[in-house]
Design a protein around this ligand. Structure first.
Ligand SMILES: [Mg+2]
Length: 240
C-alpha cells in the first residue's frame, strides 16, 4: 500500500466539492435558497440535507434540478438559457443556483481541507497522476483561487461534460475521461468521492479502488459503502 492505496494504483481521480474543498455545504445552501421558493409555491416542505445527499450532490446541475423536483412530483418545462431570471423552468432554476453559488464563493471564499492538500502533495511526491473530476462548471475558478491548480495535472469538469456530451455521475463517463487524461486504465486508478452518486460512478466504471470520503455522519458512511466504496474515511489525511 502507498498512501492507503493498492500498489497497482497509478492515478488518483479526485472529486472537488466535499473531497478537496469545503464547498459541498456552499452548494447545499445555494440549492436550498433556490429550491425553497419553488417548493413553497407548490405547498411543499423546504429542501433538506437528506434531499441534497440523495438527489443532488455530485450530479451535473441540470440533472440535479430535474431529479430532485421529480422526486417531489414536480416536472417543470426544460426552458432555455434565454428564460426570464425568475422563470420556473429547469434552465432558469439551474441558472439561479449557479449565480447563488458564485456569489457565496466570491463573498465567503473557498476553504481547502488541510488533509486533502497534504494528500495531494504526498501523491505528487509518490509520482501518482492527479486529476480532478467534478460535475461543477466552476472547477477551473475554484482550483485557481485555492492554488490547487499547482498540484493537479488534468481536469474533467461541468464544462467538459457539457462540451463532450458525457453522461454525468452516477454514470462513470466523467471518471473514465479522467483516467484517459492520466493515461491509465480504470483498474489502475483510484476514485475519491464524497457523494453517493460519485461513489456509484467509480463502482460502475470498474475502477481499481474507490475511496468514500464521509464529511457527514455514520449513516452517510454506510451509504457510501453500500454504493461501492472499498474504504470510507473521514478525511484524506487518514490515508497518510
Ligand atoms: Mg462532491
Amino acid at each position: 500500500m502507498v498512501l492507503g492505496l493498492p500498489d497497482t494504483i497509478q492515478a488518483c481521480l479526485f472529486d472537488l466539492d466535499g473531497v478537496l474543498t469545503d464547498t459541498a455545504s456552499v452548494h447545499r445552501a445555494a440549492w436550498a435558497a433556490v429550491f425553497d421558493p419553488v417548493l413553497a409555491a407548490h405547498g411543499q416542505k423546504p429542501f433538506s440535507d437528506d434531499d441534497y445527499n440523495e438527489y443532488v450532490d455530485g450530479k451535473p446541475r441540470l440533472d440535479g434540478v430535474r431529479d430532485y423536483l421529480a422526486s417531489r412530483g414536480l416536472h417543470p418545462p426544460e426552458g432555455s438559457d434565454d428564460d426570464p431570471e425568475d422563470a420556473e423552468t429547469v434552465r432558469a432554476i439551474a441558472a439561479r443556483k449557479n449565480a447563488e453559488v458564485l456569489r457565496r464563493i466570491r463573498e465567503e471564499g473557498v476553504r481547502v481541507y488541510p488533509g486533502s492538500r497534504r494528500y495531494l502533495e504526498a501523491a505528487m511526491d509518490a509520482g501518482l497522476r492527479r486529476v480532478v473530476v467534478s460535475s461543477s462548471a466552476n472547477t477551473e475558478e475554484v482550483l485557481r483561487v485555492t492554488g490547487l491548480d499547482e498540484l493537479i495535472e488534468h481536469r474533467v469538469d461541468g464544462v467538459t461534460i457539457e462540451k463532450q456530451g458525457l453522461a454525468g455521475k452516477p454514470a462513470p463517463d466523467s471518471f473514465l475521461a479522467g483516467a484517459r487524461l492520466a493515461g491509465t486504465e480504470p483498474a489502475h486508478a483510484a476514485v475519491f468521492e464524497d457523494a453517493t452518486a460519485g461513489v456509484e460512478a467509480g463502482h460502475r466504471g470498474g475502477f481499481g479502488y474507490v475511496v468514500g470520503v464521509n464529511r457527514i455522519d455514520q449513516a452517510h458512511a454506510r451509504a457510501l459503502a453500500e454504493h461501492g466504496a472499498h474504504v470510507v474515511v473521514d478525511d484524506l489525511a487518514d490515508l497518510l
